[in-house]
Structure formats: structure tokens, C-alpha cells
Design a protein around this ligand. Structure first.
Ligand code: NI
Length: 136
């Protein structure tokens, strides 16, 4: 086993409460065990090969539109994208939360760059990318 390093994590209290309940249900001994597994799973998911050639992708986001600038930043990311944004659907979920589903077409790497840029923005609570090869 490699050397262990410690780091601090800040998160909203209600998110931590839900996380603690979920990892207890799943049988984790503590938060560190759960975080290690999550990190490994994330790395494996990132390694999955994107389909070669032209890809059609959907990016699904949930975000808090009260976080200053997040709506504009998401729009700018789509205007700047190397992949072609075909359409975007916005749903006002409740007082705080919006859902946005963006359909894009292009090379897998360009679609993933766009999805990463959006998902990592402050205010974006959840982001998911799904890609399928375009059959010729
Ligand atoms: Ni909205």
C-alpha cells in the first residue's frame, strides 16, 4: 500500500448527513474507506474508452441557479464548445434547482472536455455524460 495522505474536505452539512447515512447503509467502516472507493470508481470510469469517430452525447446537469454567474457560465461553455451543440432543454425543477440536458455531436474527447468544464463549475451539483457512437 502506498503512503497515506490526509486532506480536508468541505461540504454542505445536509450533503454530509446524507453521505454518512448512505455509506452506513452500504456497510463502510468510515468516511475514508468510502472516499477511497469513490476515488477508485471515478478513475475507472474516466478510463472507459469513448467511442471512436463521431459521437452523439447527452450531458445532464443539475444546478442551483442562485449561485452567481453559473447560468451564464454554462451558456458560455456551450458557445465555446469544440463539439456541436445540437439542442439544450432547460427545466426549472424547484425554487433553487434547474436541470439542463444538452445534446452534442462531435469527437468524444471534445464532448468530454465540454462535460468536464460544465460539471466542475461552482453551483453544478450533478453532471453526467452519456456517449454513443454515430453509426455510418
Ligand atoms: Ni431554471
Amino acid at each position: 500500500m502506498s503512503d497515506l495522505e490526509r486532506f480536508g474536505v468541505s461540504m454542505p452539512a445536509d450533503l454530509l448527513e446524507q453521505f454518512d447515512r448512505a455509506i452506513e447503509d452500504a456497510g463502510y467502516a468510515n468516511r475514508s474507506e468510502a472516499m477511497r472507493d469513490m476515488a477508485r470508481r471515478y478513475l475507472i470510469e474516466r478510463q472507459w474508452e469513448l467511442p471512436a469517430g463521431e459521437v452523439i452525447g447527452t450531458i445532464t446537469l443539475i444546478y442551483d441557479h442562485h449561485v452567481p454567474g453559473v447560468g451564464q457560465a454554462l451558456t458560455e461553455a456551450q458557445h465555446d464548445a469544440e463539439a456541436a451543440v445540437i439542442c439544450a432543454t432547460h427545466v426549472h425543477l424547484d425554487h433553487h434547482n434547474c436541470a439542463e440536458v444538452i445534446v452534442v455531436r462531435g469527437a468524444g474527447e471534445t464532448i468530454r472536455r465540454l462535460a468536464d468544464r460544465m460539471t466542475s463549475m461552482r453551483g453544478v451539483k450533478h453532471g453526467e455524460l452519456s456517449c454513443t457512437a454515430v453509426q455510418s
